[in-house]
Design a protein around this ligand. Structure first.
Ligand code: ZN
Ligand code: ZN
Ligand code: ZN
Length: 403
């Protein structure tokens, strides 16, 4: 294994520790079991990487007793080689094409003493008769199959357990988020060096995707390029508009590195040849850029253990509103990030979640002037022991590109 590879690896002990924390939370919250389907929750607990499909793949975590990894026969080897299963913390239970997979899961729950007969719901709410938690990404068809074989049981979102675990990043996750952030920073820096003038947004977007991969991402997930008026639409898809001189371009890019996402935004002023038809940043643009930068800094400065998610949003919004642009800041200030590009904690009014060390999220205020242009600046910030730890390090100074 190269140093690079080992840097990207999450050791098996980490997965067994996550599973142990998950089981504590299952007991605390009175669930009888969690059923975790293919997706980020499953990857978090087992290291299994895959796409959901019509065949069920389910980590069955009862409150007590053995943990089973129910998988189609053709994925038994793959499931067995996940860190969690190879550490012996979960037993792979393969099923054949004609087997009743949902029935097998029901049998495992019964064997773990968590099924109980329908109609004895008086004791529901705790222990063996507590709710069965299903992961957010488990397809409805699978949930309906499970409900059919477990009549009378209460099903609830497993996210009440998994959200609390996943929103606090462990040291391996923090390392991977930082690696991803730095790879995105290098991409941003290369793109802001130009050339941009005369190219379509799509061309630049393709270059960004290629660079995200070249810089170490496994996947290039998104590469928003919003030039001129397109920058006023926060989630603009790069299109066929040709980038010209004398306008800003919003670039918002991210990819996946060893499962973890990067997400960063910079707004670049495309000046062109200022002596021959180009244009230096206009006073209005410079003022708005500075405002967004101050809002971004104010929100970041709010980050510390105990500060609420909504207070970070309020800090950014306060700066922008005080300058009279409140109505043009049309989205929340940020979102958690990890195995998903948008996850808890959401940095939004009405979210009283207190921040704690290890929580990672974007701080990305913006101002969007419809039909004209937009400015957004986005960094991933981790809450540290006493204050913010900003993972993106590329400069927030206004980037002016000539070509
Ligand atoms: Zn976004
Ligand atoms: Zn973004
Ligand atoms: Zn974002």
């Amino acid at each position: 294994m190269t140093a690079e590879e080992s840097n990207r690896r999450i050791p098996a002990e980490r997965y067994t520790a996550r599973l142990a924390a998950c089981r504590d939370a299952i007991a605390e919250r009175g669930f009888s079991a969690l059923l975790v389907g293919v997706g980020p929750d499953l990857r978090y607990l087992t290291g299994f990487v895959g796409e959901p499909m019509e065949r069920i793949t389910l980590l069955v975590v009862p409150r007590e007793g053995p943990v089973s990894f129910v998988v189609p026969q053709l994925e038994a080897v793959k499931a067995g080689s996940t860190p969690l299963a190879s550490a012996g913390a979960a037993t792979v239970v393969p099923f054949g094409e004609t087997d009743d997979a949902a029935g097998i899961v029901a049998g495992l729950l019964a064997a773990a003493g968590t099924s109980g007969a329908a109609g004895t719901d008086a004791a529901a709410g705790t222990g063996a008769r507590g709710a069965i938690g299903v992961s957010d990404r488990l397809w409805a068809m699978h949930v309906l199959q499970m409900q059919a074989v477990l009549p009378g049981r209460r099903f609830e979102p497993a996210s009440t357990v998994l959200r609390e675990l996943r929103q606090v990043k462990d040291a391996d996750e923090a390392r991977l988020l930082l690696l991803a952030a730095r790879a995105a920073d290098r991409t941003v820096n290369a793109i802001s060096a130009g050339r941009l003038i005369g190219r379509t947004e799509s061309e630049v977007s393709r270059e960004i995707r290629q660079r995200l991969i070249d810089e170490g991402h496994d996947l290039a997930d998104f590469a928003i390029v919003g030039s001129g008026p397109n920058g006023a639409s926060p989630h603009h898809d790069a299109g066929e508009r040709v980038i010209g001189a004398g306008e800003p371009v919003v670039i918002d890019i991210g990819g996946t590195l060893a499962g973890y996402l990067s997400d960063t935004t910079r707004t670049i002023w495309v000046a062109g040849d200022v002596e021959h038809g180009g244009s230096a940043p206009t006073p209005e643009f410079t003022r708005v850029y500075d405002l967004v930068r101050r809002a971004q800094a104010a929100a970041t400065a709010t980050v510390r253990p105990g500060a609420t998610a909504e207070s970070v949003d309020a800090a950014a919004r306060g700066v922008i509103a005080a300058a009279g642009y409140g109505e043009y800041f049309t989205h929340r200030t940020g979102h958690g990030i990890g195995l998903e590009v948008h996850e808890d904690p959401y940095i939004v009014a009405g979210n009283p979640t207190p921040l704690g060390p290890g929580m990672a999220f974007s701080v990305e205020p913006g101002i969007y002037l419809p039909g004209r242009w937009g400015v957004r600046l986005e960094n991933i910030v981790m809450c540290g022991a006493t204050g913010p730890d900003v993972l993106n390090r590329s400069s927030l100074d206004l980037r002016v590109v000539r070509g």
